[in-house]
Design a protein around this ligand. Structure first.
Ligand SMILES: [Zn+2]
Length: 648
């Protein structure tokens, strides 16, 4: 056997301004499933997570709580770690950015890049709120006032250090071209190129003087390191990187990272700033950045201000760790946001976990005990119905692993479920209870139960990365040590003659929606009612139009040049769209499906001669064509046609 291949992967570090909610918890669970699977594939995995503990928000939160910032972040970091542990995640290193070794390296890196000429002194300019001690850009203001406290703001400027991102722009673009898999999913790469690189990179502010809770710039009194220069470097300081060339063995072994797993909202920082910082330090760049989608509550983003926040520990108390892991991993697809509702949770647990998986295991164990005192023997009495079960079982591990390797975890789970469903159908097809009545068919009955146990073993081995303790429970109950994913290439490796447990445990109990609703009410008494779903009505038939009617609508191709959230409406985005001869401002109700960053650079079809209107106070001249309904809009894509091209 050749030496194990190394695999270094990281999550983003959690910001310690408060307790993470279930949406924030998704990332560690997703990463853990990937880490566990890589280990099953035989990789030598190093899996790092941690906490981002500096910044003005934390300084303020600590002040509000009457605490010293360090004591405050100690508490929150402890909470984060407890949640990660509760979710049964197998990270190897939990790094905190207040760790003295990390802080020391950041100071040395800052100095090195300053000496090199990549960092220079300039001014940070913007609109300043005295009460919040924060800068905002013009576009962040709400009605010209502070978006956080609603107070007055004024123009201000403060001395700050900047990093020359623009110097590395061409090299970055070259890296994108040479490494087509660097940014996943693909769509996020196009956003980066169109929104940030093509317009030209702005230099990045890397120090501030208006707050103190960060790492001091040791050669410039009053300055502290600002956000990304501190946070991103955790990926190398956590391996023992030393800027003076005395890096530890872990750094030599594991850098560059195989993948950084992060939320789609911080892709820019990981695929532009981070590779550029590494270039400036003459270090190799990470092989891949995977920007995962979000978990929405119903149709909106989870946030304290909306009162719709759900915490992992509450879910775990109600449903257990593995059910929560399953839900997160199964309900959030690769490149679209997923959603959590109590109804859907109950449905998934009852159907996927209790019925399809739990029932299969329990029925099979119960029959083995009833008919053969728990002894599972392969008597080799074959019938053609066995072929399909076997071939599905044998094909599953490879399909599952290929999808897991692409981080398409939800689809990978579906492959396990193909086998579980087929196994249930195999019981219906073979009717063991009927075989049991026929003394001539005892060996066939034994073979059927053996085949079922073997199919269950295949499923349970693959489930290790998704629901680790359920996987272990099943493999323990069928009493096997054949647990190697890479050896699932023989159907029949389960030792014939093994005795399974005579006390099968119910893996997942069926839930009643009413009981869950009561628990939810007790847990979240102030929770706002979920908006009632509108009843589905069949669309009324529209009257026929003539070709002349249609010709009255002026449809043209445009490109979204700028896009931001509507200041007063969560559902709306305000886009500036170049339609060839002019730029139009258009307000669209698509914020649940697109972030402003995703919109910028997109080609769209615009209804040019729609009568202008004001939507929640913002002027809108035209309309973007979309397909879909309230749940999921897709902007109609005209391909690469030039702006102003007529659509007819
Ligand atoms: Zn303010």
């Amino acid at each position: 056997m050749s030496e194990k291949k190394d695999f270094y992967m990281t999550t983003a570090i959690a910001y310690t301004s408060g307790k993470p909610h279930i949406g924030n918890t998704y990332e560690i669970v997703l990463s853990d499933a990937i880490a566990r699977h890589k280990r099953q594939e035989g990789y030598n995995v190093r899996f790092q997570t941690g906490t981002d503990e500096h910044g003005i928000k934390i300084e303020k939160k600590a002040k509000e709580a009457g605490m010293d910032p360090k004591a405050y972040v100690d508490e929150v970091a402890g909470t984060v770690k407890n949640i990660w542990d509760m979710m049964d995640t197998t990270y190897d290193n939990f790094i905190r950015t207040t760790n003295p070794d990390h802080e020391k390296q950041i100071q040395k890196v800052f100095k090195k890049l300053y000496d090199k000429g990549d960092i220079y002194l300039g001014y940070y300019e913007g609109m300043y709120c005295d009460a919040c001690e924060s800068f905002f850009t013009e576009s962040q203001l709400v009605d010209g006032r502070c978006p956080d406290c609603g107070g007055p703001v004024h123009e201000a400027k403060e001395e700050a250090y900047f990093f020359k991102l623009s110097k590395y722009q061409d090299r970055l673009m070259q890296y994108y071209n040479d490494n087509p898999d660097f940014i996943k999913p693909e769509s996020r790469k196009n956003e980066m190129i169109n929104n940030f690189i093509k317009p030209g990179l702005q230099d990045l502010c890397v120090s501030r003087t208006s707050f103190t809770w960060s790492i001091p710039v040791d050669f410039a009194p009053g300055h502290v390191v600002y956000v990304w220069m501190d946070a991103l470097l955790n990926y190398i300081t956590g391996l023992g990187y030393d800027v003076d060339g005395n890096s530890g063995p872990m750094f030599e072994k594991y850098w560059p990272a195989d993948v950084h797993i992060i939320g789609k909202d911080i892709v820019r920082f990981h695929t532009i700033y981070w590779p550029i910082f590494l270039m400036a330090l003459d270090l190799p760049l990470p092989k891949q950045v995977f920007g995962h989608p979000w978990l929405l509550v119903g149709e909106s983003k989870m946030s304290k201000s909306k009162g719709n926040v759900i915490y992992a520990d509450d879910l775990v108390k109600m449903f257990g760790v593995d059910a929560v892991r399953y839900y997160l991993l199964h309900e959030i697809p690769y490149d679209n946001d997923g959603t959590i509702t109590w109804d859907l949770l109950v449905e998934r647990i009852n159907s996927d976990l209790a019925n399809i998986l739990g029932n299969l295991v329990n029925r099979t164990l119960a029959m083995s005990n009833k008919y053969f005192d728990g002894i599972v023997e392969n008597k080799g009495v074959y019938e053609p119905v066995d072929d399909e079960l076997q071939s599905i079982a044998l094909a599953m591990p490879e399909k599952f692993s290929a999808l897991m390797d692409e981080y398409k975890v939800a689809k990978a789970i579906d492959e396990i479920y193909v086998l579980l469903r087929r196994s249930n159908k195999y019981i219906d097809d073979t009717m063991p209870w009927a075989l049991a009545k026929d003394p001539e068919k005892q060996d066939r009955l034994a073979t059927v139960l053996y085949n079922l146990i073997e199919a269950i073993r295949f499923s349970a081995v693959a489930l290790e990365s998704i629901m680790p303790s359920t996987s272990k429970k099943i493999l323990d109950m069928i009493n096997t040590d054949q647990r190697d994913l890479l050896k699932l290439n023989v159907f029949g490796a389960y030792a014939s003659g093994t005795k399974v447990t005579d006390k099968p445990e119910v893996l997942f109990a069926r839930l009643k929606a009413e009981d869950v609703a009561k628990q939810v009410k007790a847990l979240y008494p102030d929770k706002k009612e979920e908006p009632k779903k509108e009843e589905k009505k069949t669309a009324p038939l529209l009257p026929d139009v003539t070709i002349d009617d249609f010709a009255k609508i002026d449809l043209v191709v445009g490109t979204v040049e700028k896009c931001e959230k509507h200041p007063d409406a969560d559902r709306l985005l305000v886009s500036q769209i170049n339609i060839g001869d002019e730029t139009r401002q258009i307000v669209s109700g698509i914020a649940s499906c697109y972030t402003p960053e995703e919109m910028v650079g997109k080609k769209v079809v615009v209804v040019k001669n729609l009568k202008p209107a004001r939507l929640r106070g913002v002027e809108s001249s035209g309309m973007i064509l979309c397909a879909g309904d309230k749940k999921k809009y897709i902007v109609v894509d005209p391909g690469d046609l030039p702006n102003g091209t007529k659509v007819s």
